[in-house]
Design a protein around this ligand. Structure first.
Ligand SMILES: Cc1cc2nc3c(=O)[nH]c(=O)nc-3n(C[C@H](O)[C@H](O)[C@H](O)COP(=O)(O)OP(=O)(O)OC[C@H]3O[C@@H](n4cnc5c(N)ncnc54)[C@H](O)[C@@H]3O)c2cc1C
Length: 444
């Protein structure tokens, strides 16, 4: 028997929404593996199209890397929180149609230098540095030359603000820009972000209402043949179907050998070439935080440590995210300090900039550890230089039996729940079209 992995810090929190799920059928047309954004999208689309589906999910909840919990009476996301790319994000379109409580993300942000608020000229200099760096990356990527690290085209003359820009872009890409593909990074449509009251995880969980999903069903083996697919869970149960949609994080597919046969080399290389994106939240409850206004980003610079960023006063509450990037996480892991090490780090950074007395009412009720979570093994998949074709390549099904979906396959919304949802719907449409032609039943 596979030993049960030790629980990670964020798994102790119960989700704010537990949808009522339908039992799964023993012989569905399609088996969907994973009930995150991509899996839920795929299942919804297949049900809409009248295709029978069973979803197998390892965790005891739906939502994957989106989960909302209740802390002190407020809904707080422990994973994804922003609905990025409003105009092209299917979860924004769906929320609008359902009249969900969306709000537009604030454009204003805070800049704090050492122990004081930034001056106007400092704010302007930072804004200029972002604009120059973003333009350089977009223009170089559009030239379509040989791929190289995104960091290599950041203009050298940005002064001290260049370092800040690289840090923020490193945070949102999940790795330092020196390890990120220039062809891939600027493809993301980031603008026009939204939030949703009640949390992104709560919203996604509501979308799973009534779907046939089996929880606590970790998949251990995925096989395929002319007859279809067979998917074995750790309880020893085998589900047979005509096709499978695999929505597992690339880091899980890379590190676990779940396929009974060898995948085609191109697929295997595409999966193995992704690197692990790291982005973690420390959730602060800090009523007297000096930053005012709901949902403002904050940059705190000029100290010994270089925190990559905060999101302050989430939905106007006393809750804030203090973000941990790949470097911060590596240092914490090297010191084996766990969630309490994160708490000490946050306190020491904030004390340096705001003074110890300002922290009298600070509590840090939750810390995420997605990088240690066996069902995610990171926050999202990152394309390193030279690997930019991987997302498109994984759109190809394997022998008309196995389709892939999930955040890693989206080019315009990489690393996001919106991208994952889009990809889940795409894969479901393709499988449904194939099944309606009867092709998945014919010998290959
Ligand atoms: C801290 C953090 C902050 C983020 N911030 C944002 C944000 O603000 N906005 C945004 O859009 N995105 C954000 N993201 C990324 C976003 O959460 C993901 O891109 C998205 O949720 C991925 O969806 P998915 O369906 O591809 O994968 P997942 O949500 O990971 O779903 C895959 C599912 O497969 C399950 N699974 C894994 N292994 C097995 C197995 N062997 N058998 C069965 N099931 C298995 C998992 O439990 C999971 O439920 C953030 C992520 C993190 C970690």
């Amino acid at each position: 028997m596979t030993p049960t992995p030790p629980p990670v810090a964020h798994s102790h929190f119960r989700p704010s929404v537990a949808p009522r799920l339908a039992p799964i059928l023993p012989d569905p047309d399609v088996v969907v593996i994973g009930a995150g954004a991509a899996g839920i999208a795929a299942a919804r689309r297949l049900v809409e199209r009248g295709v029978s589906v069973a979803v197998l999910e390892a965790r005891d909840r739906v939502g994957g890397r989106l989960v909302t919990t209740m802390l002190r009476g407020h809904a707080v996301d422990l994973g994804g929180h922003w609905l990025h790319a409003g105009p092209i994000n299917p979860l924004v379109r769906l929320a609008e149609a359902r009249r969900e409580p969306l709000r537009v993300a604030a454009q204003e942000s805070h800049l704090w230098v050492g122990r004081r608020r930034a001056r106007r000229e400092e704010e302007r200099a930072l804004g200029r540095a972002f604009a120059l760096a973003d333009r350089a990356m977009t223009e170089h990527a559009a030239r379509n030359g040989p791929d190289r690290p995104a960091a290599s085209v950041i203009p050298p003359g940005l002064g001290p603000w260049g370092e800040r820009v690289a840090l923020v872009h490193g945070l949102v890409s999940g790795r330092a820009l020196s390890e990120v593909s220039l062809q891939d990074f600027p493809s993301m449509e980031y603008g026009d972000n939204r939030f949703i009251a009640g949390g992104y995880g709560g919203y996604l969980a509501r979308l799973a209402q009534g779907l046939p999903i089996a929880l606590d069903s970790p998949v251990r083996r995925i096989g395929w043949s002319e007859a279809g697919v067979s998917v074995e869970t750790s309880g020893g149960r085998t589900t047979r179907a005509k096709a499978a949609i695999v929505t597992l994080p690339m880091m899980v597919l890379r590190d676990e050998n779940l396929f009974a046969q060898a995948l085609p080399t191109a697929h295997r290389n595409a999966i193995d070439g992704f690197s692990t994106g790291i982005y973690e939240h420390a959730v602060l409850h800090w009523p007297s935080c000096p930053f005012r206004g709901p949902d403002r980003l904050a940059s705190v610079v000029g100290g010994r440590r270089k925190p990559p960023g905060l999101l302050t006063r989430i939905d106007g509450t006393p809750f804030h995210f203090f973000e941990i990037d790949v470097h911060g996480a590596a240092e914490l892991d090297a010191a084996r300090s766990g969630p309490d090490g994160v708490r000490r780090l946050v306190r020491s950074v904030l004390a340096e900039h705001f003074g110890c007395r300002a922290l009298h009412d600070l509590a840090i009720p939750a810390v995420s550890e997605w990088r240690h979570d066996p069902w995610s093994r990171g926050s999202w998949a990152v394309v390193p230089p030279g690997h930019a074709e991987a997302r498109a390549l994984l759109h190809r099904p394997v022998e008309d039996r196995i389709w892939f979906a999930g955040e890693a396959l989206s080019r315009l919304q990489w690393g996001t729940a919106g991208g994952a949802y889009e990809e889940g719907s795409r894969a479901a449409d393709e499988v449904a079209a194939r099944l309606s032609r009867g092709a998945a039943l014919r010998p290959l």
